[in-house]
Design a protein around this ligand. Structure first.
Ligand code: UD1
Length: 423
C-alpha cells in the first residue's frame, strides 16, 4: 500500500491553485443522468471519487468521456439506463447514493446497496428516503432492513418537505428528483452549502426552475425535461481551507489562488482568532502564519455557514501547536475524532469527552507512524508531519487520494518535504 513520508519542513512559501470542488462535482455528475443530452463538466478535479462516479455512470448506461488531465468530463445518458447501481462501486463511495433520485426518474426503479465511504460514524439516509417518499416513491422496507434501498415510482410529484437536519446529501437528492417531478416542491430546513448552490445552478442551466438554493428554503417548480449544458465547478473550499492551515501551522506565507473567501468565512474568522494574517488581494488570498504568535481558539462544527466538519481535523492539527488550550466540539458527525489517536502518537496529548476534544496546545510534536483514518484526517496528519521532529509515515493514503488533487505536488511546490512511496 502506498504511503507518504513527511519530514519536518521549512515554513511553506509560494502560490497554490485550488482545484474544482469534489463535493460539488459528485452531485453534478449524478445530475447528468437527468437528461439524455450531452453534459460537459469543467474544472473537474482528478480524484479517485470522481473516477468511481464516472465508472458508476458508465455502469448505469451513460457514455462518459474523461479527460482529467484537462479537468474535463462529458456525460451522455442517451441509452437505456439501468436501475441498479453495482455494489462493488457503491461500497467504495457513499456519494453513490446521489444517483438515487435520477434513477427513479429515468427508470421508475432504483436499487442501491447502502454505501460505505468515510469511517466517521453512522451515516444514515432516512432523510433522503423521507423526501423521496413525500415525492411519491415507495421504498421496500424488507430490503431496507437488509441494507438495500429498493425504491419505485411511476411518477414523482411536488410536495412540501421538512428536513429534520439540513443533510447535504438529502438536499441534493431531493432537489434533483423535484427538478423533474410534476408540480412544485418546497424543501424546508435545506442544507445551505455552496455545493448545493452549484448543483442548483447546474440544474437551472439545464432548464430546471429552482429558487432559494443557499438558503434554508428551496422552491423547485418541476419541469418536463432537462437539456445538456456545459458547467464549470466551483473551487474546493475544503482544499482551500487545508492550504490556509498549512501556511498557519508551518508559519509560512502562501498566496492561495482560485479560492472563494465567501465560502470560508468561518474558517477565516477562526484562523484570524489564532493570530493568522489573512489578506484578500486581486491575485488571491494571502495567508501569513508567521506574522503573529499562534494562539488557541475553540471551535464548534455546524452545518454551513457554520464551521465545516471537514475542516475540523486540519484545524485541530493547528491547535496542537497553538499557545494555550482549546476545545473542539463536533456536532455534525458522531465519531469524527479518529485522528485524535494519531495526533496523540505524535505527542499532542488530546483528550476526548463525548462530542468534545480538549487540546492542551503548545506541544512540540514528534514524527511517528500514523494512519489516514479518513480523507480530511489524512490531510491533517500530513500537516502535523510538516512541523513534527523527524519523519512521519502516513499510511492508508488512499483516503487522501479520494479528495485532494495532486496533494503531494502542491505541497512540494510550496517547499514541503514529502514523498509518496508506492509499495
Ligand atoms: C457531505 C459531504 C461531506 C461533509 C458532509 C457534512 C459530499 C460528497 N460529502 O456528506 O464531505 O462532511 O456533507 O458537511 O458532499 N444524517 C442523518 N440522516 C440522513 C442524512 C444525514 O442523520 O438521512 C446525518 C449524518 O449521519 C451526519 C449528518 O447528518 O451525521 C451530516 O450528513 P450529510 O449532511 O448528509 O453529509 P453527506 O451528504 O453524507
Amino acid at each position: 500500500m502506498a504511503k507518504f513520508l513527511v519530514k519536518k519542513s521549512a515554513p511553506l512559501n509560494g502560490e497554490v491553485k485550488i482545484s474544482g470542488s469534489k463535493n460539488a462535482v459528485l452531485p453534478i455528475m449524478a445530475a447528468t443522468l437527468l437528461t439524455d443530452e450531452n453534459c460537459e463538466i469543467l474544472d473537474v478535479p482528478a480524484l479517485r471519487d470522481v473516477d468511481v462516479m464516472c465508472e458508476l455512470l458508465s455502469c448505469l448506461g451513460a457514455t462518459t468521456e474523461k479527460e482529467l488531465d484537462n479537468n474535463r468530463i462529458n456525460v451522455r445518458a442517451d441509452g437505456e439506463i439501468s436501475s441498479e447501481a453495482p455494489f462493488e462501486l457503491v461500497k467504495q463511495m457513499r456519494a453513490s447514493i446521489l444517483v438515487l433520485g435520477a434513477l427513479l426518474l429515468r427508470t421508475g426503479h432504483a436499487i442501491i446497496h447502502l454505501p460505505g465511504g468515510c469511517a466517521i460514524g453512522e451515516r444514515p439516509i432516512e432523510l433522503h428516503l423521507k423526501g423521496l417518499r413525500a415525492l411519491g416513491a415507495t421504498v421496500d422496507e424488507d430490503q431496507l432492513l437488509k441494507g438495500i434501498v429498493d425504491a419505485r415510482a411511476d411518477e414523482l410529484h411536488g410536495a412540501t418537505i421538512y428536513l429534520d437536519f439540513p443533510s447535504v446529501g438529502a438536499t441534493e437528492v431531493i432537489v434533483m428528483a423535484a427538478a423533474v417531478a410534476k408540480g412544485t416542491t418546497i424543501l424546508e430546513n435545506a442544507a445551505q452549502e455552496p455545493e448545493i448552490v452549484d448543483l442548483a445552478n447546474f440544474l437551472n442551466k439545464m432548464g430546471a426552475r429552482i429558487k432559494g438554493a443557499g438558503t434554508d428554503t428551496i422552491k423547485i417548480e418541476g419541469v418536463e425535461k432537462l437539456h445538456g449544458v456545459s458547467h464549470h465547478v466551483i473551487p474546493d473550499r475544503i482544499e482551500a481551507g487545508t492550504f490556509m492551515v498549512s501556511a498557519a501551522i508551518t508559519r509560512g506565507k502562501i498566496l492561495i489562488k482560485n479560492m472563494l473567501p465567501d465560502h470560508l468565512k468561518a474558517v477565516i474568522a477562526k484562523l484570524r482568532e489564532c493570530g493568522v494574517y489573512i489578506e484578500f488581494t486581486d491575485d488571491g488570498v494571502l495567508v501569513d502564519g508567521g506574522r503573529n504568535p499562534l494562539v488557541s481558539t475553540d471551535i464548534k462544527t455546524l452545518p454551513y455557514p457554520g464551521f465545516p466538519t471537514d475542516m475540523q481535523s486540519p484545524f485541530m492539527a493547528l491547535l496542537t501547536v497553538a499557545k494555550g488550550p482549546s476545545v473542539v466540539m463536533e456536532t455534525v458527525f458522531e465519531n469524527r475524532f479518529m485522528h485524535v489517536g494519531e495526533f496523540n502518537r505524535m505527542g499532542a496529548g488530546i483528550r476526548t469527552e463525548g462530542k468534545c476534544a480538549i487540546i492542551p496546545g503548545n506541544k512540540a510534536l514528534k514524527g511517528a507512524s500514523v494512519v489516514a483514518t479518513d480523507l480530511r484526517a489524512g490531510a491533517a496528519v500530513v500537516l502535523t508531519g510538516l512541523i513534527a521532529d523527524g519523519v512521519t509515515e502516513v499510511s492508508q493514503i488512499y483516503h487522501i487520494d479520494r479528495g485532494y488533487e495532486h496533494f503531494v505536488d502542491k505541497l512540494k511546490g510550496l517547499g514541503a518535504n514529502i514523498e509518496r512511496i508506492e509499495d
